[in-house]
Design a protein around this ligand. Structure first.
Ligand code: FPP
Length: 300
């Protein structure tokens, strides 16, 4: 089941440089793409979306770029807050955002406060986030508890670490996407991504479209998540009879949104894709059902 998607949005600088523009143009376009992908994720019924927007290492960039990224974030939140609210999104931040200027901290906290009772998709921005730092903090907390006699070392289990991380940060992504042809985790969700399906695409983030997200989801839907088991031990998905109308509609019209005339073309595109998936999908399930199952729930 596909509940949680995490994305390393990479390639903004290269995209701008390729066009002979300053790197900040890439970030501006990147922020627009983030907005689009957030909306699409809501429409697809994704429950959690985590976006790597600023890493602990990003502070080492030239100060003008760092300042620009911070201002862009501030402006983005100020402008988007009501859209996030309208889409029933609950906005969260992972990482130590208190290192940002107070105006930015204010925007972050206002956005979290105003969306905290929303019940739709949870959207986490990773800001001044580092996976190692997060783990070090958890270790320090455990050590302090042990020192105070509130905990015994043997109580530290994988389950407890996962639980603590899920409470203070995010849970485990089912699908982790990295754009721009880089094949690294770059300190992102190190613990949580242990069993995530990784999807790398050469597409630079500013060029990442709704179709590219669907391609990543298609790729995910064709994988067998074994969690260390053998293929035979995995319970294969049951057939499901039909897609929900909203998901079907979204897939039909993906990339070819708009008027009714385009629907026929969209259906052809969709059929073409379906054939491509079914050739590699081993069960009797049609790829459409398989994808719907990933999105809507069901067994892995
Ligand atoms: C990587 O591109 C991206 C970032 C450093 C951060 C991501 C930021 C955005 C998508 C824009 C801001 C987003 C929001 C939602 C406000 P890069 O500069 O590392 O690209 P490069 O590897 O080509 O240099």
């Amino acid at each position: 089941m596909l509940n949680h998607i995490a994305i390393i949005m990479d390639g903004n600088g290269r995209w701008a440089t390729e066009k002979g523009r300053p790197r900040i143009f890439g970030h501006i376009k990147g922020a627009r793409v983030a907005k689009k992908i957030i909306t699409q994720s809501v429409e697809l019924g994704i429950k959690h979306l985590t976006l790597y927007a600023f890493s602990t290492e990003n502070w080492n960039r030239p100060p003008t770029e760092v300042n620009f990224l911070i201002r862009l974030l501030q402006r983005y939140l100020a402008r988007e807050r009501h859209h996030l609210f309208e889409q029933n999104i609950q906005f969260k931040v992972i990482g130590d955002y208190h290192k940002f200027p107070s105006m930015v901290v204010k925007e972050i906290e206002l956005t979290m406060e105003q969306t905290k009772n929303n019940s739709g998709m949870s959207l986490s921005f990773a800001l001044n986030y580092g996976g190692r730092q997060e783990l070090v903090q958890v270790m320090q907390e455990f050590a302090q508890k042990i020192q105070r006699g509130q905990m015994r070392p043997e109580e530290i289990t994988e389950e407890l670490v996962s639980q603590v991380l899920e409470q203070r940060s995010v849970g485990e992504p089912d699908l982790l996407i990295r754009t721009s042809g880089e094949y690294r985790l770059s300190n992102f969700l190190l613990w949580q991504a242990t069993y995530s399906e990784l999807y790398f695409t050469p597409v630079l983030w500013p060029d990442f479209s709704e179709d590219h997200l669907l391609e990543a989801i298609q790729s995910y839907s064709q994988r067998e998540r074994r969690f260390g088991l053998t293929s035979e031990q995995i319970e294969k998905p049951d057939p499901i009879n039909s897609l929900s109308d909203s998901v079907k509609e979204l897939l039909f019209t993906s990339g070819i949104r708009g008027n009714e005339d385009s629907k026929v073309l969209a259906e052809k595109t969709f059929l073409g894709r379906s054939l491509a998936w079914s050739s590699s999908y081993e069960t009797h399930l049609g790829p459409t059902e398989a994808l719907a199952q990933q999105i809507q729930g069901g067994r892995e």
